[in-house]
Design a protein. Structure first.
Length: 214
């Protein structure tokens, strides 16, 4: 089965499998049954088996899953088996926080430059990663191999900037600006919208539910 046919629900769960398998691998665990994995992840064992069967299973009856092998296979499916260069557009609070987070590199994402329109940030660095002026973006993208752009600028500039990114070869946008880019970005460019406030609202709902049950 090609990855394209796999449901988005399964794809959404894969990063979580990948994270758990990474923790198991670091703890020296070599193999795990779907039952043990399900207890740790709080997902049913049949869900795990069903999910992984999408990719050929990887498990063996009576043996379980080889942790390292399964992790590598999931990494391959998620495209984490190679490095993706990324730029961050907007070197404000959020952009700087993302650039400061070194663990992205462990997961194959390498931030190579930040861009901002504020001249005061020109020449600044974060973890050795330079901040350049936004006017330099098209030339930079032409001269460097960059697949992903994180968009951490005010929403009123998001659409114009997304167009510039696409025109200059960006293939994926990690969009934090609260604007729907799907209408302006062609279908062959991947967009992943992130909304921390939506996650917080779900937390609020769950909090309310727990309080009501008391
Ligand atoms: P900030 O004001 O600290 O940083 C924004 C940066 O963008 C500034 O350095 C500014 O000079 C720069 N900028 C403005 N226009 C630009 C342009 N056209 N090109 C390049 N750089 C430009 O703001 P903060 O807190 O970092 O938030 C950034 C964006 O992310 C906002 O749109 C905010 O609403 C959004 N946000 C989204 C979250 C989410 O969960 N989706 C969470 C937090 C913020």
């Amino acid at each position: 089965m090609s990855n394209r046919e796999i449901s988005t629900a399964v794809i959404k769960r894969l990063p979580r499998y990948y994270r758990y398998l990474g923790e198991l691998s670091e703890a020296g665990v070599e193999r795990i049954s779907s039952r043990e994995l399900s207890q740790q992840m709080k997902v049913t064992a049949s869900q795990i088996r069903q999910d992984l069967n999408n990719f050929g299973g990887f498990g063996q009856q009576g043996y379980g899953y080889n942790v390292q092998y399964l992790r590598e296979e999931i990494a391959r499916i998620l495209g984490l088996d190679r490095t993706h260069n990324m730029v961050i557009i907007g070197a404000g609070n959020l952009g700087m926080a993302l650039a400061n987070y070194a663990k992205f590199e462990r997961n194959s994402f390498r931030v190579i430059c930040l861009f901002d329109s504020n001249p005061e940030l020109k020449g600044k660095e974060v973890r050795g990663i330079p901040v350049r002026m936004i006017e330099e973006l098209p030339e930079f993208l032409r001269e460097n191999s960059v697949e992903i752009a994180a968009l951490t600028i005010p929403k009123e500039y998001a659409i114009t900037t997304a167009k510039i990114l696409v025109e200059n070869g960006i293939q994926a946008i990690w969009n934090f600006a609260h604007t729907d880019l799907n209408l302006v970005v062609p279908k062959n460019v991947a967009v992943e919208n992130v909304h921390l406030s939506e996650s917080l609202m779900r937390l609020s709902y769950n909090l309310k539910t727990i309080e009501n049950e008391k």
